[in-house]
Design a protein around this ligand. Sequence first.
Ligand code: SF4
Length: 405
Amino acid sequence: MEATTETDIRLPALGTGRLFAAAGPGRAAHEAAYGARRDDWTREALLTELEASGLAGRGGAGFPAWRKLSSISGRRPVVIANGAEGEPVSRKDAALLRRAPHLVLDGLLDAGEALGASQLFVYAPADALAAVAEAVAERRDARRVRLVEAPRTFISGEATAVVSALEGGPALPRDTTVRLSTSGYRGQPTLLHNIETLAQLALVARYGSAWFRSTGTREDPGTRLVSLAGDVPADAVLEVPGGATVREILQAGGVDAASTAAVLVGGFHGAWVPAGGFDRPMTAAGLARYGGRPGAGVLLAVAKGRCGLTAAAPIARYLADSSAQQCGPCMFGLPAMAAVVERIAAGERTPWLASEAERLAGLVTGRGACRHPDGAAGFVRSTLSVFRDEVHAHLGGACVQGWQR
Ligand code: SF4
């Protein structure tokens, strides 16, 4: 492979970058920006390059991409590009599928060829899938890629829910004790990656690990997409260098960090980071103090003067309403927890409500068939911790927004 230097494509910087380097979503623009795809990857060669790159998953857990790929063994493996993007304020995966569908397909094909995959899928909501269908029609090497529509629900992108949907069942989590890497789609070994992870994998495969690491930091190499929302001038999808601080990302989105009280990082299963943490990098290590991590790449801003607790209550309710009510914690625990948060937000002067919310968060944690209750409990704990002054004020009958009960 001929090495491609950074000057061959647009340099990544805050707000611009590698993943959106093509002038349009079509094949010609894609190849003009990135050149031809290398199609001779072996499993070992791709694993070596991925491990050296340090690429971590961009969908939630941040698992090393090489480790996930190396866990696939057995006959007739399957590779799935997951673009379900159930996070309500996340826009990055849809933006990537619409603007760079060929890059996602490249990554899917690279992984599929390295594994000798028997089937390849792209799973995404209908509007984003339309762009992928056009891209598939433009190339011969992607004809075996199957496109499957993902319903617009919070949990439709959970790994076992994805497999269930691809098999024709409901897009709901199922037995999460069985590893997809050994028994996923129709019992076959299954590699499931977020679509941004696959697009990044395509870049590693094209340009190599050293190039990938030429931006970002040693701990967080490359770039990542961030969906910026909330109290911002305009919702935006930004491509930022790894290791960028929360403040840098806010500024890249035109947000005055000095006027921002806190941001929810990672998504609705994420954690709040108060203004005092804005100079920390948006990485798991950087945000560990707050229990945060990049997750699905969401930054939801709450402006100063707006009550974070009041902003959090509808999210707790949304999470309670988002399960399929298959397990006890989701049937009873999450609605009860959301109701307590709503009572605090409404200014009910009942002193034990905060400890009751903590108690319910503890009760649901680790009790579901999937990690949805854990994520919801983590969000509520973070709300009670970061907005403790607001909680205290509400329980005393007042709010930063000015009302008094
Ligand atoms: S824990 Fe909740 S979201 Fe997960 S499978 Fe059970 S009911 Fe569904």
